[in-house]
Design a protein around this ligand. Structure first.
Ligand code: HEC
Ligand code: HEC
Ligand code: HEC
Ligand code: HEC
Ligand code: HEC
Ligand code: HEC
Ligand code: HEC
Ligand code: HEC
Length: 385
């Protein structure tokens, strides 16, 4: 008798589940129950639909600790569709207050807005904006905050985020080859041999010490983009500015990390050489800027900005900094773009990350060659060749 009752009960539950699944089989923006499925139903149904995703979920601390799907996604499936499944960083805040606050206030928290107003983005078709720039920049705050840029939904793992690959997905390529430079450095080479961050530093060792989500600690004139200059110095193109006292404080913080493995002398000397290389690279950019301004003043750029379609943010002015386009410009500007956007950045970013190849061949050698090419173009435009 008991067995029959249990059987009937089970059959009833199964029928209800089948009905639910049927109801959700053909999802439409309006098609889901207003009360919303329960958490167990989320997992059951999605285990059928995205089994690989659920393997990640099962491996997570969240699954072990009883965090529910709806803690991040909410239980209203219509709203989930409207959000296209996105989970803003603010949803994590309830349980991870410190990390969320630090992340949202950091350069990463601002990464999407800084790209969205950039002229190079504005010159692209929407699909290019989304899959080109925003593939790396859609990690900023508010509705779009994506902690999974490093932690990966649904593993949401600390160990994953500590690996250099988690950063290298964005910190790579011709204007910020951090992962490439680090891999080529004694640090990356040693890490490849031991895979142990207590022996060789990864990105997170130096940039997220103590688990901070503010990645700007310990940075002085070697900051993102074209870097900074010390207060009182004149940057050749728009750059950040850092007070001397603040720079010394940040340097001390970075050196404390190095000193876990090195003597103060070795570490300070390496960073001071990188500072000197950054300044030398800035000086060469300044030389190039002078040539460009001269050609512009003498009406020799071919074509002149005044004779071209307007630049998205600067109209018909000459742009030489971070908003410079790589299209709709003259041959001299093409050379300058390579010099300032790529060669200059590779040189100093390579130097701060101990890659001789990036500092020298891929960086400084190309910077100097570009400058020579620009001088040749100047001679041509001035009719001296
Ligand atoms: C700790 C927060 C969190 C929890 C808990 C969570 N998710 Fe997610 N989920 C995310 C994030 C973050 C994304 C990625 C959103 C994005 O792309 O911006 C995501 C994406 C998804 C997607 C879309 C996947 C794709 O690649 O198309 C599905 C489906 C999904 N989650 C279902 C679930 C289910 C079912 C559960 C419970 C078993 C669950 N989630 C639990 C954070 C969470
Ligand atoms: C009966 C099946 C079913 C249940 C229960 C269910 N879902 Fe879904 N869910 C779907 C279907 C179908 C889609 C559309 C994507 C697909 O084809 O897998 C979807 C999509 C999603 C997405 C991605 C949305 C997008 O636009 O990319 C998320 C996130 C999600 N569901 C979370 C949940 C959460 C959280 C629950 C529980 C509160 C839940 N689902 C319950 C069937 C279900
Ligand atoms: C830039 C990559 C990155 C982003 C983006 C990121 N994290 Fe982290 N997170 C890390 C790293 C690396 C660690 C491990 C730090 C360490 O060595 O202790 C970590 C650690 C954590 C931890 C574990 C803390 C502890 O002490 O156990 C939590 C929780 C966390 N992050 C939550 C978040 C949340 C929430 C967000 C979004 C608001 C987020 N993270 C965004 C890289 C990131
Ligand atoms: C491969 C990933 C990736 C792509 C694609 C990408 N960026 Fe970035 N961007 C980054 C990273 C990483 C940084 C910070 C590192 C650095 O500059 O040293 C950054 C920095 C920036 C900065 C800030 C520099 C500063 O002065 O602080 C702006 C603005 C920017 N990118 C705009 C764009 C625009 C616009 C596009 C598309 C035309 C784009 N990015 C494409 C990864 C990317
Ligand atoms: C309802 C609370 C809750 C929410 C919401 C939540 N988490 Fe967690 N999270 C936890 C708990 C509990 C743990 C396990 C803590 C522990 O092991 O000490 C955890 C652990 C983590 C860890 C460390 C995992 C590891 O490898 O040790 C990361 C990273 C993390 N969460 C990221 C996120 C992100 C990103 C979001 C938002 C997309 C989020 N969490 C939303 C409760 C939550
Ligand atoms: C999804 C892409 C992405 C990932 C993943 C990512 N970053 Fe970034 N990072 C950026 C962008 C974009 C910027 C520049 C933001 C800006 O200036 O607007 C940046 C800037 C930085 C800066 C420059 C800080 C400064 O003040 O100049 C550091 C350092 C940094 N990231 C470290 C890391 C580390 C460490 C990781 C991995 C744990 C990581 N990032 C993962 C995109 C990413
Ligand atoms: C051994 C420590 C160390 C490691 C490991 C390390 N960095 Fe750095 N990083 C630095 C130093 C030092 C600077 C420049 C500091 C300054 O301005 O004084 C820097 C600067 C940066 C900047 C600002 C732009 C630049 O390059 O000057 C970014 C972005 C960055 N690092 C990302 C990364 C990423 C991503 C990784 C891993 C692939 C990484 N770093 C590995 C020490 C490190
Ligand atoms: C977790 C340990 C660790 C940390 C932290 C660390 N390094 Fe290293 N470093 C190594 C290892 C391992 C090597 C390769 C073995 C060697 O040559 O000593 C190395 C090599 C170097 C070298 C080349 C050594 C040589 O003799 O030419 C320089 C330069 C260097 N590191 C600078 C730094 C700087 C600067 C910092 C801090 C910003 C730093 N390291 C942080 C472990 C570390």
């Amino acid at each position: 008798m008991r067995i029959v009752v249990v059987f009937l009960l089970l059959a009833g539950v199964a029928a209800a589940v089948v009905a639910l699944i049927a109801k959700h089989q053909e999802p439409s923006p309006h098609g889901t129950a207003s009360a919303g499925p329960t958490d167990g139903e989320c997992a059951t149904c999605h285990r059928k639909r995205q089994p690989g995703m659920m393997v990640q979920w099962d491996a997570s601390a969240h699954a072990r600790m009883g965090v529910r799907c709806e803690d991040c996604h909410g239980a209203d499936h219509e709203q989930i569709f409207r959000d296209e499944g996105r989970v803003p960083a603010a949803r994590c805040e309830r349980c991870h207050e410190k990390e969320t606050r630090e992340f949202l206030a950091s350069v990463h928290g601002r990464a999407s807005e800084s790209a969205r107003k950039n002229a190079r983005l504005l010159a692209q078709i929407p699909a290019m904006q989304r899959r080109g720039c925003m593939a790396c920049h859609d990690m900023g705050g508010g509705d779009h905050g994506r902690c999974n840029a490093c932690h990966g939904a649904h593993r949401h793992s600390v160990a994953d985020a500590r690996r250099p690959e988690a950063c290298g997905v964005c910190h790579m390529g011709p204007d910020h080859p951090h992962i490439e430079a680090w891999r080529a450095s004694p640090h990356g080479v040693t890490y490849a041999a031991c895979r142990d961050e207590r022996q060789a530093p990864t990105c997170a060792t130096c940039h997220m010490p103590g688990g901070t989500h503010d990645v700007s600690g310990g940075i002085t004139i070697g900051r993102a983009g074209s870097g900074s200059v010390l207060a009182g110095e004149t940057p050749p193109i728009p750059m950040g500015v850092i007070e001397r006292a603040a720079a010394e404080k940040q340097r001390q913080a970075m050196l404390r990390i190095c000193e876990g493995c090195h003597t103060p002398r070795l570490a300070r000397h390496a960073l001071e050489d990188a500072d000197a290389i950054k300044r030398e690279a800035d000086r060469l950019v300044a030389e190039a800027v002078k040539i460009m301004r001269g050609l512009h003043a003498d009406g020799l750029l071919d074509p002149m900005p005044s004779d071209r379609p307007a630049h998205p943010t600067a109209g018909h002015a000459l742009v030489l900094g971070g908003g410079m386009l790589y299209e709709n410009h003259s041959e001299a500007e093409r050379i300058f773009f390579d010099l300032a956007k790529f060669a200059h950045a590779i040189t100093f970013k390579g130097a701060y990350h101990q890659s001789g190849d990036h500092t020298h061949w891929l960086g400084m050698a190309r910077l100097k060659e570009d400058l020579e090419e620009l001088k040749a173009e100047e001679r041509r435009l001035r009719g001296r060749r």
